[in-house]
Design a protein. Structure first.
Length: 339
């Protein structure tokens, strides 16, 4: 309870003293949300921390029933489209593919950069060395596969022909699956793309070496990896609630950037990870404060081009942007939240 009160003090200070830049009275002057219920998703990746630790900020925005729905399998957008959840952080590449497939979801804002790292054995020193090598992924067209295929395409490889993809035997097709890391540890694969806390664990065990760190290596560090995504139906029915939820999550991203110790403690206290040192490392390494600086439409355009080159989508970036983005709430909040 003491730790939770300390974190609440951080959140209160963030709102009142301008740590995350909210001008006094803006939220209170708005009408209340059309619904006080909000359902978010959760996975094994702690890079989605702004979503996981935002519940107190969400309550300040008028939400009284906040639930986190487990995402054991399948794309985030399918869970949103089915009505199982209302909004969630989402990896950009998989969501672009599902938008083209017709899932009724929209990107609302970029939240953070830099969640994935590509870890390799000594046989692979750079991405171009992946030609003829084996990559372990949780499932084809899952987040690991899509990000790594995009990276390979960016250096001129054809991921369909130049890389052998393997998945865990009996894989559940999970969106985030530690079994693909096991294949790498067993040296059945030459490369593995991991999400926090997997790269942190591998570094602690001194296994493999990083050939791409999306938090620091261009061009990946210039684009969001995770964007807040919502059901079109939720946005249409609840525009005030949508804006209020987005504001809470963006403020939570600022807390991650400005008080990583508090954010890491909250992740442990809420049961998202047992390892405070890994959580703190992630909070300090990922650039959570970029949502004000970067244009999320640039991210969608960049990844749509990479996925088109990789043969994973047929749509143009313009069509994906028109079909699956809604930036109006972000634009309003950028004006309201000090840069």
């Amino acid at each position: 309870m003491n730790q939770r009160r300390d974190f609440l003090k951080t959140l209160t200070a963030a709102g009142a003293a301008g740590l995350v830049g909210l001008r006094a009275g803006l939220a209170g002057a708005e009408p209340p949300p059309e619904t006080t219920r909000l359902r978010l998703l959760k996975t094994g990746s702690i890079c989605w921390a702004p979503q996981y630790i935002a519940d107190d900020l969400l309550r300040l925005e008028g939400f009284t029933e906040i639930t986190y729905v487990e995402l054991p399998t399948g794309p985030v957008s399918m869970r949103l489209a089915s009505g199982e959840a209302d909004m969630s952080l989402n990896f950009v590449g998989p969501n672009i593919i599902r938008i083209e497939a017709g899932d009724p979801v929209v990107f609302l804002a970029g939240v953070h950069v830099g969640c994935f790292e590509v870890v390799a054995t000594e046989r692979v020193q750079r991405i171009s060395d992946l030609k003829g090598k084996v990559a372990a992924v949780a499932s084809l067209n899952g987040a690991e596969h899509i990000f790594l295929a995009s990276i390979a395409t960016n250096v001129g490889l054809d991921p369909r022909r130049d890389i052998k993809w393997i998945s865990p035997e009996g894989s559940r097709g999970a969106y985030f699956n530690e079994d693909s890391m096991r294949l790498f540890l067993e040296r059945k694969a030459d490369v593995f793309l991991g999400f926090p806390p997997q790269p942190q664990e591998l570094r602690a065990r001194k296994i493999g070496h990083v050939i791409v760190n999306s938090a620091t290596d261009r061009p990946w560090s210039q684009y969001f990896c995770c964007l807040l995504t919502a059901s079109k139906d939720f946005v249409r029915k609840h525009p005030i609630a949508t804006k209020r939820a987005l504001r809470a999550i963006l403020k939570s991203a600022d807390v991650c950037a400005l008080d990583p110790e508090a954010a890491a403690r909250a992740l442990v206290d809420k049961g998202y990870t047992p390892r405070y040192e890994f959580a703190l490392q992630v909070m300090k390494e990922l650039p959570y404060g970029k949502w004000r600086e970067y244009d999320p439409e640039d991210t969608v355009r960049f990844y749509a081009l990479r996925l088109h080159e990789a043969g994973m989508i047929k749509s143009s970036p313009q069509r994906i942007i028109a079909q699956g983005t809604d930036w109006r709430f972000l634009k309003e909040l950028k004006r309201e939240l000090k840069g």
